[in-house]
Design a protein around this ligand. Structure first.
Ligand code: SAH
Length: 476
């Protein structure tokens, strides 16, 4: 972040606005929403401001700006259309250590004004570091639609009970759980429906009942999808936002981890430099141990947790240990890569089945149900097949699959670094070797790969607006 987002306590403070035009008027309106006393300095005023002065809402000083105007002011906004004047205001304010905003001029400003969603006391401030105010406003519009006005009432109610809940639960974790029960349960629902009085009564009752907050110790086994963070499911996001600790491996990219609750502890259990940093047994025990500390554990896996991911083993261990769990599926690599490469896995004319297999070598040997893989009208998706690609080709061709069968390797599918190497099966390993591919890579084999020529959309001019993640697509 190049700016520090903070909320400034302005109670009893005053704001000075230099300028008397439309822009100044907009800033005055903004400042007045925070209950600031506002004074405007300008030789003349546009009608809106003049009206506010006449109504006694703001104070007016009909002069050109000079330094003395700054004495005793808490916040300053320069909103004239004269850059030297704005610069003089900024310089004088900075010399006095008074926060100053120059409209549309982040360089001269010590603070910039965010786009705001106001559900006081719940306030959401959005900024883009002055780079894309229009984007901030678009996001605001989305949030406005998404957050009912009743959230303000809910926040107010929480505020009223804050001290008594603090007295009742000295322990911070218990306190957070209590509030989560309230805000994620029938009490909040009641308030959001409009029954604030009923919600308040229920909240008081819950607090007096002496009931302990629900123990939510559990493990959530969650699929994070193949790479593009927008392919997370809504449920995955929700669970990610609640976790106390996340246990993840390398397939889960930093972009995905960014969506996990900021203060959740992070534990990496992936392979480091080609060797397992944690054995499966260690991971199993780690999950049980963390859950028994009363934490909400997020076991985050690339793709889907039940596809070549040992999810089943981890759950069996949890069940044995009596730890509750639930599973959130994710978009598995075969689906993600196929979609982003423009290769339909099934097709009425070309493939009536799709098979997912692992191409992982055991002691240099590929053990696969070969006969099942060389059937006609079928697509084969091979996970972990990069190293054993030559053996895979040889095995399939030896059992009768045509050398000319269309095949493709999708590298880092669905990410901005996605690359697709396409070739007839016989030539694919050499082509991949020549171009040098880095894991994770998925191999797709079958007539459907030939459709890519006309269906490919990522990175092509035919791509629709959903091709690349854009902030506009984030539908909360
Ligand atoms: N549970 C995961 C698979 C884990 S096995 C899932 O459902 O997708 C790891 C293999 O998945 C990799 O070797 C690779 O073959 C494949 N894979 C995962 N993410 C991928 C991606 N973004 N692009 C290509 N292949 C990927």
């Amino acid at each position: 972040m190049d700016y520090l987002p903070v909320f400034l306590n302005v109670t009893g403070r005053t704001a000075l606005v230099v300028g008397g035009g439309e822009t100044a008027n907009r800033k005055v309106e903004f400042l007045r929403r925070a209950d600031l006393a506002v004074r405007v300095v300008a030789p003349d005023l546009e009608p809106g401001l003049a009206e506010a002065v006449a109504a006694g809402d703001i104070d007016y000083c009909q002069e050109r700006f000079r330094e003395g105007h700054l004495d005793g002011w808490g916040v300053v906004v320069a909103a004239t259309n004269d850059r030297p004047v704005n610069a003089a205001v900024a310089e004088a304010a900075q010399a006095r250590g008074v926060p100053v905003n120059v409209v549309d001029d982040p360089e001269l400003s010590t603070f910039i004004v965010p786009a705001v969603v106001d559900r006081s006391p719940l306030v959401i401030a959005l900024g883009t570091g002055g780079r894309a105010p229009v984007l901030a406003r678009l996001m605001r519009a989305k949030l406005e639609a998404f957050i009912p006005a009743a959230y303000g009432r809910l926040a107010e109610l929480v505020g009223r009970f804050r001290d008594s809940v603090k007295d009742r639960f000295r322990d911070g974790v218990a306190r957070r759980r209590f509030w989560e029960d309230v805000l994620d349960g029938p009490i909040a629902e009641r308030v959001l429906r409009g029954d604030t009085v009923g919600g308040e009564r229920d909240l008081a009752e819950l607090l007096e009942s002496g009931e302990e907050p629900s123990d939510r110790c559990e493990v959530a086994l969650v699929g994070a999808g193949p790479g593009d963070p927008d392919l997370l499911t809504v449920k995955a996001l929700r669970v990610m936002q609640r976790a106390d600790v996340v246990v993840h491996d390398r397939l889960v990219s930093p972009e995905l981890l960014d969506r996990v609750r900021r203060d959740a502890e992070r534990v990496f259990v992936g392979k480091a430099a080609g060797r397992h940093s944690h054995s499966q047994q260690e991971i199993n025990e780690l999950l049980v141990g963390l859950a028994r500390q009363g934490k909400r554990v997020l076991r985050l896996k690339g793709g889907d947790p039940f596809v070549f991911a040992r999810g089943g083993e981890e759950l069996a261990h949890l069940r044995e240990a009596g730890v509750p769990f639930h599973v959130v599926p994710g978009v598995t690599a075969a689906l993600g890569c196929a979609a982003y490469a423009g290769i339909p896995l099934t097709h009425r004319d070309h493939a009536h089945a799709a098979v997912l297999v692992t191409g992982h070598l055991r002691d240099g040997v590929l053990e696969l149900p070969w006969e099942a893989l060389v059937q006609p009208y079928q697509t084969v998706a091979v996970y972990m097949g990069l190293k054993g690609l030559p053996q895979l080709r040889d095995g399939l061709i030896a059992r009768g699959l045509s050398e000319a069968t269309p095949a493709a390797l999708v590298e880092q599918g669905t990410t901005p670094d996605q690359r697709v190497i396409e070739a007839p099966l016989a030539e694919l390993p050499d082509r991949v070797e020549a171009q040098g591919a880095r894991p994770p890579c998925l191999v797709l084999i079958g007539e459907v790969v030939g459709l890519r020529g006309s269906l490919q959309w990522v990175g092509s001019s035919a791509a629709g607006s959903g091709a690349r993640t854009s902030a506009f697509e984030i539908d909360l």
